[in-house]
Design a protein around this ligand. Sequence first.
Ligand SMILES: [Zn+2]
Length: 444
Amino acid sequence: MSLINTAFEGLKRLYGHLSRVQRTVIVVTLAMMLMALVLPSSNQAPPGMTRVSLPLSVDDSEFQGFSAEKSDDEEPKGHLYYVVAKGDTLSKIFENLGVPQATLYQLLEADVNVLALDTIQPGHKLEFQFDEKERLTRFTFRSGLTYMVDFTRGEKDDFEFVEHIEKGQHRSEVFVGTVQGNLHLSMQNAGTSLAEAYTVSNVLKTRMNFRKDLRAGDQFQLVISRQYVKGQYTGNSKIEGFRYLGKRRTLEIYNFDGNFFDEKGRSLEKAFQRIPLKKRYRISSNFNPRRRHPVTKAIRPHNGTDFATPMGTPVLAAGDGVVTRVIRHRYAGLYIQIQHGRKYRTRYLHLKKAYVRKGQKVSRGQKIALSGNSGRSTGPHLHYEFHINNRPVNAMKAKIPEVKTIASKHRKKFKAMVKTLTARMETFAKAQQDELQQAQRDAG
Ligand SMILES: [Zn+2]
């Protein structure tokens, strides 16, 4: 409290030293900041437009090559470049440049097909081309290094557009590091971006318990394919391979056709198997939310699917998750509930024996129980429930992310890829190790 008071007193004294003009500026700025907080953004910008930027800054060099269609002999006269900065709107930019609002609306009409101008942000680049009557004939929007939309005034006086997406060059890079502190920081120390570190840890955490499995000094290796445009990293990248070589855990991740798999070709995505059993059993009772009681005729929904499993049939976790319940219930019998992320939940009823405890992490396909006949049951079976957003759905028909395994025809290609990536990571790690030892010898 005293700290705040001291700061406030300091500010008051400082304010006292300011000139009248300075004070006015401060008051007006504060008032504007307050208004910006209070007023909804729709009061500040026309609908469909995002608030953006400030001063007119010309940066020709940045645009070299981006106006690929611009011929070199063309007069630069009537050309204007604008870098979007903080605090301005698209309409304000047009106003400052003396471009009629009607022209802006024509552009926005064309933009409805791409919605590029909706996402205008500080740092984005605008390019204007006017004719001798100062009419806007061409307008180019560029975000980042890879995306550009080119609007040209057509014959009917409206604007036509062409979208350009720069492919750039992809460079595959190897990174090797050791765990010191948390994984994100350790990966960034090894040269990855925070986004890349997150991508990896999101896949990893489906299989690893960071608190238990991570040890200081554990080694990790990565191959990342990064996109470059004119030698500049665009921020777009793809994790090609990752190996975690720990004292407690070893885990490998490989990207194949946009999906992550372990070294054996098993999917590492959050996926489910449709049936929580090793093989198909006869369905003795289907999911039926409108089922009526045979005697009372009251609606007694059957929120699950019953499989006619003999006593002691292994029951498997339908997906990766955390066991949230292992309960012996009067009617449901011994049952298990697993939470799979926030959205999905599964339940397994009438069990004979449970192999998991509450709070335990399980992975897809893991044996969690033996089926039985416990609780109120007319005979040995497994009652299986699948919930999406806390609502039971028909597990046999619901849209659920299903298991992807690498098709046998792609196996050879996958294995070859794993071999190549592993060799690259190992070579890099070895070179790094040799260098370190050499440095130590030199120092000693
Ligand atoms: Zn049932």
